[in-house]
Each structure stands twice: as structure tokens, then as C-alpha cells.
Ligand binder design. Structure first.
Ligand code: 5GP
Length: 189
């Protein structure tokens, strides 16, 4: 499986969308979350939006590969059933996770390949502020967390700088294509 991580605002979502257009073998797991749905989001597409008690029930049942409590106490997790669904379709699962969950998967799943998306800190702040889908308090919390997460880049297999979107998409695509074709030559960090 592939794990794409990095601070909120680094542009993981945009990069992954572009990757999927170019490499159709890759399929993104739909995470479960307890956070509110944003305008335009659909249950089962961006996330499985679960009430907190249902999320807890699924934790207790051992249904999650990993889960975390993120800012403002919202929980996010990867359901094992998503991996099965994607593998059964003959596709390669891609997980988009914040850094704590990504590190946990890296420890637990030996053949997981982890990719950290980085961006200049001013850019992260600008994107998080402009998106304005969260309250001012939560934006502040996300910025603070993003600053700390930037320092964790070295713990992952690959780092891609997203200061130029086109170049970052090219790098991510090349990396994933190389991983799918075992003749890969790109050195692993
Ligand atoms: P957002 O609320 O902006 O959609 O997501 C907040 C953060 O949660 C992002 O950094 C995203 O990568 C992360 N995230 C989304 N789904 C999961 C998940 O299943 N597990 C973990 N650990 N993080 C997730």
C-alpha cells in the first residue's frame, strides 16, 4: 500500500487527484471520520461520516487499521474493509493520512511505502486560511500542528516538495509508476 502524508495545507488532496488521473491502478481508501461534513462532500465519497458512538463501536470491534484523534477532538481512521475492497478490485490502495497515523502504519505494515508532501510554511498558512472551511480557532490549531508536522519529514521513505504543483505531480507520478514496475531505479531514502 501507499501512504501519502504531510501537514494539512500541503496540497495532498490536489496531488492525489492528479495522480489518480494518470495512474488508474491506484485507488484511495475512504476514511471514516467524526468531523462535520463540508459543503460539497458526500458520505462514502470523501469520507464515511460516522457519529462518535459508531466510530467507537468500530474501534472496539477492531475494524480500523489505524485511527487518530486530530485537532478539535475529531477522529479519523482507515477501515480494514477499504483495503480489502480495493485489493479485490486488483488496485493498489493509497491512504491519505496525517503524520501520526502514517507513522503507525509504517511500523505495522512492513511493505507500506510512505510519501511525505512538504510545502513552505508560509504557503501552508495561506492555504489553510484561504480554504476557510474551519472556524478561526481550528485554523489556528491546524497551522500550529502543520508547523510541527513539517519537522517529521525525515521519518518517511520519500519527501516531495510541493512548491510547484506541476513539478510535484510529475515527481509523485514517476515515483508511483516506478513502484508499480519493479525495475524501479529511484533510490529509497
Ligand atoms: P480534513 O479534515 O482536512 O479532511 O483532514 C484532516 C487530516 O486528517 C488530514 O491531514 C488528513 O490527511 C487526515 N486523515 C484523513 N483520513 C485519515 C485517516 O483515516 N487516518 C488518519 N490518521 N488521518 C486521516
Amino acid at each position: 500500500m501507499l501512504v501519502v502524508t504531510g501537514p494539512s495545507g500541503a496540497g495532498k488532496g490536489t496531488l492525489i487527484r492528479e495522480l489518480l488521473r494518470r495512474v488508474p491502478e491506484v485507488e484511495v481508501t475512504v476514511s471514516a471520520t467524526t468531523r462535520e461534513r463540508r459543503p460539497g462532500e458526500e458520505n462514502g465519497r470523501e469520507y464515511w461520516f460516522l457519529p462518535r458512538d459508531e466510530f467507537q463501536r468500530r474501534i472496539d470491534a477492531g475494524d480500523f487499521l489505524e485511527w487518530v484523534e486530530y485537532v478539535s477532538g475529531h477522529r479519523y481512521g482507515t477501515l480494514r474493509s477499504e483495503l480489502g475492497r480495493i485489493r479485490d478490485a486488483g488496485h493498489l490502495p493509497l491512504l491519505e493520512l496525517e503524520t501520526e497515523g502514517a507513522l503507525r502504519v509504517k511500523e505495522d505494515v512492513r511493505d507500506a511505502v510512505t510519501i511525505f508532501i512538504s510545502a513552505p510554511v508560509e504557503e501552508l498558512e495561506r492555504r489553510l486560511t484561504e480554504r476557510a472551511t474551519e472556524s478561526a480557532g481550528e485554523i489556528g490549531e491546524r497551522i500550529e500542528l502543520a508547523r510541527r508536522q513539517l519537522l517529521q519529514a525525515d521519518e518517511f521513505d520519500y519527501v516531495i516538495e510541493n512548491d510547484d504543483l506541476g513539478a510535484a505531480v510529475d515527481k509523485l507520478t514517476e515515483l508511483v509508476r516506478n513502484l508499480l514496475a519493479p525495475a524501479a531505479t529511484m533510490p529509497r531514502r
